[in-house]
Design a protein around this ligand. Structure first.
Ligand SMILES: *Cc1c(COP(=O)(O)O)cnc(C)c1O
Length: 466
């Protein structure tokens, strides 16, 4: 967070961050320097600061892309001055965005993919907000048309990513999040139908739950909601948070029906910068058909020339990652995506095969294309006390640059600590075997130097899921 503690800033305000023969003047950290600095010197300063960041390729916590083809770098450079909002000035970038929307609508089996609506966003978070706003508006319009009162709206979901908590709080929607149970890590259709009512704007299953990578059962949920409608008349929409799975299942598990093949699914979001393989800053939301996005949410802007339909939270935003996304689509095709992701599942399966042999570990979820994303999640088997925690293990692996997060689950499972590796493009078999070597070394180390056990969540520090 760029919200520094002001007292700290004041104390450090004069301190110099760099000095060299070229740099005679001090460069203060927290206020503007008085004079200019030579570009090569300023570059060196910034470059050196960044040495302290982690090495992205060894970050096995993130779902986001950390490797791109050289052609993507070239396109990103070319696009640095292109503003995606300005469709009048950059009509071809806008056309490329539209093509991506229809390609995704087709990938997700929209009944009329060439005519449906959707948009790029800066990530799944913005995309999810847009989908949520559309659902809220549809619900309001329906209530008004029926002459019913508009009271506190709600949404129902399993253990969701933080974006849905944000959506609920920012737009004042009650979130009915089904808590995890001791051995239940995602929603069940019955949990959902027990919680919906006439003020439910939608149900949000996740394709690739953040904590475990597991796919929530969208098809079974849809059937259960069909049965509910028959019984009670309640007609509840589904929005699928396919941040990861939206770019995995269509290629690697096409029989998983999570998409517009189910008429109840009205919108889907996915992160282009996760398994869509685009560089950071790419997300998508697609509606089943144009009528699911209430027209009054779309602004028409004329001050950039021409008529520009705009339904985003951001206005100006970079076009590069969308152009790179299109490059990926045409460069890889379905076959290319399938082989890259299949390789990730294989590497995941390899890790899932090895990790339980290294210590008293028990897998919670592992890398199977029909049931989840290429991730391996494990815990210390119940009743085992190896003399270290998963937080210690995470810490020890960090010494070698690996970021393998340990964190606790939520709800009724919040006493369970787990550790997770996310396998994505660039986390290949070789890198995975190097990780396992360091994993073994860490466990050998703990055998010789036992550490304190029973660390609390607070002591271990939180962990962010990206
Ligand atoms: C990553 C993720 C998000 C947020 O997506 P961003 O692209 O990081 O904004 C939302 N939901 C799920 C399930 C995710 O995995």
């Amino acid at each position: 967070m760029p919200l520094h503690h002001r007292d700290t800033v004041r104390e450090e305000i004069e301190s110099c961050i760099f000095a060299s023969i070229e740099l005679e003047n001090e460069l203060p950290k927290y206020r503007f320097p008085e004079a200019e600095t030579r570009p090569d010197v300023a570059f060196q300063v910034v470059h050196d600061e960044l040495l302290l960041d982690g090495n992205a390729r060894q970050n096995l916590a993130t779902f986001c892309q950390t490797w791109e083809e050289p052609q993507v770098h070239a396109l990103m450079d070319m696009a640095i001055d292109k503003n995606l909002i300005d469709q009048d000035e950059y009509p071809q970038s806008a056309e490329i965005e539209r093509r991506c929307v229809h390609m995704l609508a087709d990938l997700w089996n929209a009944p009329d993919a060439a005519n449906t609506v959707g948009t790029s966003a800066i990530g799944s978070s913005e995309a999810a907000m847009l989908a949520g706003m559309a659902a809220l508006r549809r619900w309001r319009n329906k209530r008004k048309a029926e002459g019913k009162t508009i009271v506190q709206p709600n949404m129902v979901c399993g253990p969701v990513q933080v974006v849905w908590h944000k959506f609920a709080r920012y737009w004042d929607v009650e979130i009915r999040e089904i808590p995890m149970g001791p051995n239940q890590y995602c929603l069940t259709p019955e949990d959902v139908t027990a919680r919906v009512d006439e003020n439910t704007i939608f149900v949000v299953p996740t394709l690739g739950v953040t904590y475990t990578g597991i796919y929530e059962p969208v098809e079974a949920l849809s059937q259960e909601l069909d049965a509910l409608q028959e019984r009670t008349g309640l007609d509840i929409d589904i929005h699928v948070d396919g941040a990861s799975g939206g770019f995995l299942a269509p290629f690697c598990a096409p029989d998983v029906q999570f998409d517009f093949r189910l008429p109840r699914v009205k919108s889907i979001n996915a992160s282009g910068h996760k398994f869509g393989l685009a560089p950071l800053g790419s997300g998508w939301v697609i509606w089943r058909d144009a009528k699911e996005l209430p027209e009054e949410l779309i602004f028409h802007v004329n001050y950039l020339g021409g008529d520009m339909p705009d339904f985003h939270i951001n206005f100006s935003r970079p076009a590069g990652q969308i152009i790179a996304q299109y490059y990926n689509f045409i460069r890889l095709g379905r076959g290319g995506y399938r082989s890259i992701h299949d390789a990730c599942y294989e590497t995941g399966a390899y890790l899932a095969g090895e990790i339980p042999n290294l210590g008293p570990f028990e897998l919670l979820a592992s890398s199977d294309a029909a049931t989840g994303i290429p991730a391996v999640t494990w815990r210390i088997a119940e009743g085992q006390e190896p003399g270290y925690t998963l937080f210690d293990l995470a810490d020890r692996l960090r010494n070698r640059g690996w970021q393998v997060p340990a964190y606790t689950l939520t709800g009724g499972a919040s006493d369970v600590a787990v550790q997770r590796v996310l396998v994505r493009q660039g986390v290949d078999r070789d890198l995975a075997s190097l990780l396992l070597d360091d994993f073994k070394a860490a466990i050998d180390h703990f055998a010789k130097h036992p550490v304190s056990v029973g660390m609390t969540k607070e002591e271990s520090g939180g962990f962010s899921h990206l």
